[in-house]
Design a protein around this ligand. Sequence first.
Ligand code: HEC
Ligand code: HEC
Ligand code: HEC
Ligand code: HEC
Ligand code: HEC
Ligand code: HEC
Ligand code: HEC
Length: 378
Amino acid sequence: MRINGKSVCRVLLMAAVAAASGADCLAQTAQSSEGGAWQPTHPAVRIEEYAGPASCAQCHFAEPEKQRTSEMGLSVARPAESRILSGHPVLRFERGAYTYTLQREGGQTTFTASDAHGKISEPIFLVVGSGTVFQAYLIQHGGQYYRIPVDYFTAQGKLGLDTEADPTLPTSLEAALGKALSAGDVRGCLRCHSPASVIGDRIDISSLTPGIGCEVCHGPGVKHGTAMEAGKPAGTGIFSPAHLLPQEKAEFCNQCHTSAASMKAQNPQGVHGVVSPAYRLEGSRCWNAADARLTCTSCHDPHAPLIRETAAYDGKCLACHAQPSGAAAHADRHGKACPIGQRDCAGCHMPKVPVPNSPIVYTDHRIRIAQVGASYPE
Ligand code: HEC
Ligand code: HEC
Ligand code: HEC
Ligand code: HEC
Ligand code: HEC
Ligand code: HEC
Ligand code: HEC
């Protein structure tokens, strides 16, 4: 999705960096597997069919416990429930003649833009992003949505100018409020960050749990809960991506995580393509679309926070690669053994790629022999 010719989120940040054109994030990432399976970005939410995560937690224990602290579970918050905003009663940022303040009072956070002549104050309406790297804030002013020009940067512990904000100094208080967004633009953010918060055309963050909850990926669950209580066969009335083929599983995730096809269509230059795990993974010699050992969910539990110790992924590599060094590949471990390392495979073979002029660092999913100082392979 592009607004005023600029990309709007971390997924697309690299598109802005590389000044790629025609990157319609939604149109291109919303492609999905055929066959009528449940779509997580499903637009037609019928609220009465949703049971809420508390209902799932009555019968399923492991997933709700892990999901509570996962990035996806926290990808949108109501201002009253935002952990970052409640942990920071006052946040301030100076920009030329303007001061931006986020002030917490009685469970509400108010955004104020002020200069020597006056000020505009509005309550924060929506918190977007778990804040793993940064968090964005939306307000409403005069019937218009705005993405305020400052984000909270977690590593720095303070507000900073949004890396995609207009770099020229604003010339009025109104202009200092940030980027104007249409309701369609806000629905665009929610389509990936909290799809169940869009009911018809209406943005509703009060009724359902915001973020990417159980029913975003598994579909509405009232029928399933009732069927389980009635003793119907296990799993009746609910969609499980566990039954999809490896490639379909990746497509399921890639409705929100840039797919290989949509990245190819952007003709990525330089490090731009790293934003799309699928695009990079498919360029690796490990890649085999039919092998369940190399789809997104082989390495990532969609219910849990991302595991950040790269050595924890060793078992995923060794499912295909022989070990120890010198051992010959064989039928079920058809990948060769490493002559160099015995552990932390991803630490050497999935290098980290920083996004220029931003605090964001992506992991190159194109598994490869990465030589120190060598250029990034397209
Ligand atoms: C009354 C108890 C109950 C409730 C409430 C419930 N489930 Fe289940 N669910 C089960 C049982 C029993 C099974 C079958 C055994 C299993 O897979 O754990 C199951 C299976 C599943 C499966 C696997 C389906 C398959 O085809 O393999 C998923 C996914 C699932 N539930 C998700 C949910 C979600 C999401 C919610 C909340 C909206 C929920 N469940 C609410 C009892 C329940
Ligand atoms: C409905 C859209 C959607 C779907 C479907 C989806 N994701 Fe996500 N995912 C997101 C968003 C949005 C974030 C960013 C959360 C945040 O930090 O605010 C995210 C974050 C993540 C992260 C953590 C990234 C980080 O930098 O902290 C991982 C890992 C991940 N997703 C894996 C998956 C996998 C695997 C699947 C498929 C099983 C999947 N996702 C399906 C939208 C989605
Ligand atoms: C096509 C799906 C998609 C759309 C649309 C989208 N995002 Fe994202 N966003 C993601 C994913 C996926 C991530 C996780 C990082 C990654 O993999 O790039 C993310 C990350 C973020 C983050 C950083 C989260 C963190 O914890 O560091 C913020 C903030 C954010 N998005 C805000 C927005 C806003 C605001 C909009 C709308 C103007 C928006 N996004 C639209 C998918 C999307
Ligand atoms: C980002 C998408 C996503 C979210 C959110 C999500 N799930 Fe899942 N869930 C999946 C995927 C994908 C699988 C299949 C995993 C696999 O194949 O390894 C799965 C599998 C399951 C299963 C096991 C099904 C089986 O057949 O083994 C259950 C039960 C389940 N989820 C319940 C939940 C509950 C409860 C929640 C909310 C706390 C939840 N899920 C949230 C994507 C998600
Ligand atoms: C072979 C294992 C493996 C597979 C398969 C895999 N990933 Fe990853 N992924 C990783 C590792 C390792 C990291 C980095 C973890 C860390 O160090 O923080 C990572 C990080 C991520 C991140 C966080 C952002 C980043 O770039 O660091 C997202 C989002 C993500 N993966 C999504 C996906 C999606 C979507 C797929 C499927 C197309 C996928 N991954 C397939 C191993 C894998
Ligand atoms: C689905 C099976 C599979 C998985 C999982 C897998 N690989 Fe591979 N990998 C292969 C195959 C097959 C090849 C090509 C044959 C060979 O050279 O061994 C390969 C090649 C490689 C190469 C050589 C690349 C080149 O360009 O010459 C490296 C390095 C590598 N894999 C590392 C890893 C690491 C690290 C992981 C885990 C993060 C991993 N692989 C996961 C199957 C796999
Ligand atoms: C310290 C960094 C490092 C670690 C850790 C490491 N590797 Fe390697 N790996 C290398 C380098 C460098 C090469 C290239 C060696 C050469 O060309 O002589 C290589 C080569 C490979 C190859 C190609 C072998 C061939 O004969 O073509 C595979 C496959 C591989 N590694 C897999 C792995 C796996 C699996 C792990 C984890 C058990 C791992 N590596 C851990 C640095 C590392």
